[in-house]
Design a protein around this ligand. Structure first.
Ligand code: HEM
Length: 493
């Protein structure tokens, strides 16, 4: 009996090897495996209850997946990029996965053949917990519903009028939050800069999209809501990718509570809004709900996603720029002089360089809807795609001094969709699933930084490291691991 079993096993392995080599098709460079093990073998390993043993087996048979579980997506992606080059193919959770930091291939995926890649990959159950599975637009894997919600709510709302409104609303929001500067102080004149910036972008988002004018939400509530968004990000990183077998019960409970909390915030914001039909985003959502074009869950998820996408990304980017200015007196002086003459080149380039040097979205994750081909190499339907923006933004051939924060790196780089086959600078992505908020982000960041830097000076405090030394966690977002404390002083008192 034992001998028969063993023979069957050996035979199966030989057949697997033969199939692999007989059907060997061209693939991109990457780690090579002697045998290609079927999915059920991967699933069997995941089911091993002893965690250590499971890790050992995973490390032996599926080393790439083990690395992705251990590290985060951007770090693991960077590991393979540095080992195999700017196009590399690995096996992630038994799915072909291509990691790209080649500008032409990235353009093929995102723009030229973008329609084939409007899906993202992620763990189904994790996405369900997050409320993103088949809802909202960021990770919605139902392409029809994604398209409908993106076009009718997000794109419709983010029109040129809102960009005009954003100018004076951002000014009002900065003034409002600055009235409560003391609430962001951890000690005399030392503030938590990240939270201050988040409070500003949150206030702008609520005014522009949720019919909640600047000043409607108290500062205490603003801080509470902002914290709920920060906690949701942590849950997002926890649930997004790894197989459920790697969940830890206490962490799963904690992160589920964070998701629940942000959903309650959404309900609360809807209930306190002033209904005046001025606000296209929330009004179109309510109209669609009344006409049964969307469900209540879809509506709430769209609101939740507007809050998470609109708040943290711009705040982190502005923080990096302020941090760069803390240690560059000459740049700061030049910026102030330029702003006083209503000139914005340094401001625009400074923010662009912050997005290049530390892209807040370090990777773009996608998935092939249908079979495709690039440079005569087939890309199977269902292949995962990771665009490694961090690496792409540091190429010697595209940037003057890629490893330094230097505005010359981006002075010739465009933020608009240039239709260029080789776009090495893509902080917002490009194509049909690019960032919908890119122009709003530009407007609000420029106004916030202008107002702040003309009125206050910022210096690093309480152990906050320089931009170069700052530790960041690379996950869905690249965020500082420690609070961004800064000494803040009013200019010309
Ligand atoms: C510095 C600020 C920002 C950066 C660097 C940034 C970056 C990104 C990136 C890299 C993506 C993925 C694009 C892709 O898959 O090709 C994205 C998606 C998205 N962004 Fe932004 N973003 C910023 C600000 C904003 C703001 C202010 C909003 C909302 C008002 C926003 C809303 C969104 C949404 C809804 C998506 C998902 C789009 C989709 O999947 O269809 N973002 N963003």
């Amino acid at each position: 009996m034992f001998i028969t079993g063993l023979l069957v096993l050996v035979l199966t392995i030989i057949i697997c090897i033969l199939i692999r080599y007989s059907s060997k098709t061209k693939t991109f460079p990457g780690p090579k495996h002697i045998i290609s093990l079927p999915n059920y073998f991967f699933n069997t390993i995941l089911k091993i209850s002893n965690e250590k043993l499971r890790k050992v087996f995973l490390n032996i048979f599926f080393p790439e997946s083990a690395r992705f579980v251990e590290l985060t997506v951007p770090l693991a992606a960077q590991y393979y990029t540095s080992k195999y080059g700017d196009i590399t193919q690995i096996n992630l959770f038994n799915q072909p996965t291509i990691i790209i930091s080649n500008a032409d291939f990235a353009d093929h995926i995102l723009r030229r053949n973008g329609k084939n890649y409007t899906l993202r990959f992620g763990n189904e159950l994790g996405l369900q917990y997050l409320g993103m599975e088949n809802k909202g637009i960021i990770w919605n894997r139902n392409v029809q519903r994604w398209k409908y919600q993106r076009l009718n709510f997000f794109q419709k709302a983010l029109n040129s009028k809102i960009l005009d409104d954003a100018k004076y609303i951002s000014t009002d929001a900065v003034d409002y939050i600055l009235k409560f500067l003391d609430k962001f102080q951890i000690q005399s004149n030392i503030i938590d800069t990240m939270d201050l910036l988040r409070a500003m972008t949150f206030t702008i988002t609520c005014h522009l999209f949720l019919d909640l004018p600047v000043g409607t939400i108290s500062i205490e509530k603003t801080k509470y809501y902002v914290n709920s968004i920060v906690q949701y990000f942590k849950a997002w990183e926890y649930f997004l990718l790894k197989p459920t077998e790697f969940y830890k019960e206490n962490l799963t409970i904690k992160h589920k509570q964070s998701i629940q909390k942000l959903n309650e915030v959404v309900e609360e914001l809807i209930s306190i809004r002033e209904q005046n039909n001025n606000c296209l985003f929330i009004n179109s959502l309510f109209n669609a709900l009344q006409n049964n074009q969307i469900t209540k869950e879809e509506m709430n998820q769209c609101i939740l996603e507007m809050l998470i996408a609109g708040t943290d990304t711009s705040s982190v980017t502005m923080f990096y720029f302020l941090l760069a200015l803390c240690d560059r007196n000459e740049l700061e002086e030049n910026l102030i002089n330029e702003l006083k003459q209503n000139s914005y080149t340094i401001l625009t380039n400074g923010l662009k360089e912050s997005m290049r040097y530390k892209p807040v979205g370090p990777v773009i994750m996608r998935c092939a809807i249908k079979n495709d081909i690039y440079n005569n190499i087939p890309i199977q339907q269902g292949t995962n795609i990771i665009i490694n923006l961090v690496d792409m933004h540091r190429k010697n051939e595209d940037f003057i001094s890629p490893n330094e924060f230097n505005l010359n790196n981006v002075q010739d780089k465009d933020l608009s969709n240039t239709n260029n086959e080789k776009n090495p600078f893509l902080p917002f992505g490009i194509g049909p699933k690019e960032c919908v908020g890119r122009w709003l982000a530009k407007v609000e960041m420029e106004i916030i930084i202008e107002k702040l830097i003309l009125n206050y000076s910022f210096k690093r405090a309480n152990g906050t490291k320089t931009l170069e030394e700052l530790q960041t966690r690379w996950d869905i977002a690249q965020q500082p691991t420690h609070p961004g404390y800064m000494f803040i002083k009013k200019r010309f008192e």
